[in-house]
Design a protein around this ligand. Structure first.
Ligand code: PAF
Length: 314
C-alpha cells in the first residue's frame, strides 16, 4: 500500500514536495489530482515522462459509467501514467441538443477513475480549451459524412477539433476510445493518420448492462418505461448478428432483420439502422468483408446509438 501511495505522489503534479501524511488517508489513495489548466497538465505529464512512463489518455465528457472505467483500466494496465480528461465539449453539440443539461458529475467521476487506476484528471473550463478569439476547426470528409454526420451536422467537426487539441495538450502515447461510438473511432483514426499525430488509438469493447442496453451517459435521461423500450436496440442488433453468424450474406436481408425488429417497439424512433462496411461505412450488397450493424434512435427525447460487428463469412 505504501508503494501505491508513493507511486501516486510521484505521478502527481507536485512530486518535488515531501509525501504528506494525509496521503495515507484511505480516500487519498484512490483520488487522483484534478488540474484545470493546460500548463499544469503538461507539467504533470512531463514529470511522468521523465520518470520513464508511457502516457495513456482517456478523453471523456464525464458522467462516467462502467464503459469509461474499462477504458481507464485498459490504460492503467498498459501505461505507467493515465490522464482522464473530463470536458463537456460545446462544439460537438448542435443548437437543439443537450449541451446545457448534459450530466456533470465531476466528484463521482474522479472517484470512479481513481479506483480504476487514473493518475490525473484534466477538467478544463471551456475558456481554457476555446479562449477568446479561437478560430481553428478540424473538418473530416469521407467517414465523418454519413450516419452521425448526416443526423448531427457539425458534430464530428467539434469532436475532431477537441480530440486533436486534447492530444496536443496531453502529448500522450496511447488514447483509448469505446466501440459504442463506432463512427467516432473511425473519425479519430482518420484524423490521426491524416495529421500524422504520433499517438496510438485503442478501441475497447462496448460495455452493456445485464439486459443488453449499451452503457451511455445519456441512459440517465430514460424513464423506466423508456429504458424497457430501448432494449429493442440491442435485441435488434443481436438478431442481425445471429443471422449473419448463421450464414445470411445478403446485406439487404440483414438490414431488414434489423429494421423489422426495431419496428416492433413504436416508442423507439429510428434515425438510421444499417449494415455498413466496417472501414468506410458504405453499405455493401454482400457480407464479404468486415461489417458493422449500426443504429441511432430516439427514445422519447433521448438519442441513443449502438452497434455490433458482424463477422464476415469465410
Ligand atoms: O466520446 C466522447 O465522450 C466525446 O465525443 C469525446 C471523445 C470525449 C470528445 O469530446
Amino acid at each position: 500500500m505504501y508503494a501505491a501511495v508513493k507511486r501516486r505522489w510521484r505521478n502527481s503534479p507536485r512530486p518535488w514536495m515531501p509525501l504528506p501524511k494525509t496521503l495515507f488517508a484511505k480516500h487519498a489513495l484512490n483520488t487522483p489530482p484534478i488540474v484545470r489548466s493546460v500548463a499544469e497538465l503538461r507539467t504533470a505529464v512531463a514529470a511522468a515522462r521523465r520518470a520513464g512512463k508511457k502516457i495513456g489518455l482517456v478523453p471523456t465528457m464525464g458522467a462516467l459509467h462502467a464503459g469509461h472505467v474499462s477504458l481507464v483500466e485498459a490504460s492503467a494496465a498498459e501505461c505507467g501514467f493515465t490522464v482522464v480528461t473530463v470536458f463537456v465539449n460545446p462544439t460537438q453539440f448542435g443548437p437543439k441538443e443537450d449541451f446545457s443539461k448534459y450530466p456533470r458529475t465531476l466528484e463521482a467521476d474522479v472517484a470512479a477513475v481513481g479506483k480504476a487506476g487514473a493518475d490525473l484528471v484534466f477538467a478544463p473550463e471551456p475558456s481554457e480549451v476555446y479562449p477568446a478569439g479561437y478560430a481553428t476547426y478540424v473538418e473530416i470528409a469521407g467517414v465523418a459524412e454519413p450516419l452521425e454526420g448526416e443526423c448531427r451536422p457539425g458534430h464530428f467537426r467539434g469532436v475532431a477539433t477537441v480530440v486533436l487539441k486534447l492530444f496536443q495538450m496531453a502529448g500522450a502515447d496511447v488514447a483509448y476510445f469505446g466501440r459504442k461510438d463506432y463512427q467516432q473511432t473511425l473519425v479519430v483514426r482518420q484524423m490521426v493518420r491524416d495529421f500524422d499525430v504520433p499517438i496510438e488509438i485503442r478501441v475497447q469493447p462496448t460495455i452493456r448492462e445485464a439486459d443488453g442496453l449499451a452503457m451511455s451517459s445519456r441512459n440517465v435521461y430514460l424513464s423506466a418505461a423508456q429504458r424497457q423500450s430501448a432494449l429493442v436496440i440491442s435485441r435488434a442488433l443481436s438478431k442481425t448478428e445471429a443471422a449473419a453468424a448463421a450464414g445470411e450474406r445478403d446485406v439487404w436481408k440483414l438490414r431488414d432483420i434489423l429494421q423489422t425488429e426495431l419496428a416492433t417497439v413504436p416508442e423507439v424512433r429510428v434515425q438510421y439502422a444499417v449494415v455498413a462496411d466496417a472501414e468506410t461505412l458504405r453499405e455493401p450488397a454482400v457480407l464479404d468483408r468486415p461489417c458493422v450493424a449500426l443504429v441511432a434512435a430516439f427514445v422519447g427525447t433521448t438519442r441513443l446509438i449502438d452497434n455490433l460487428p458482424l463477422a464476415p463469412l469465410k
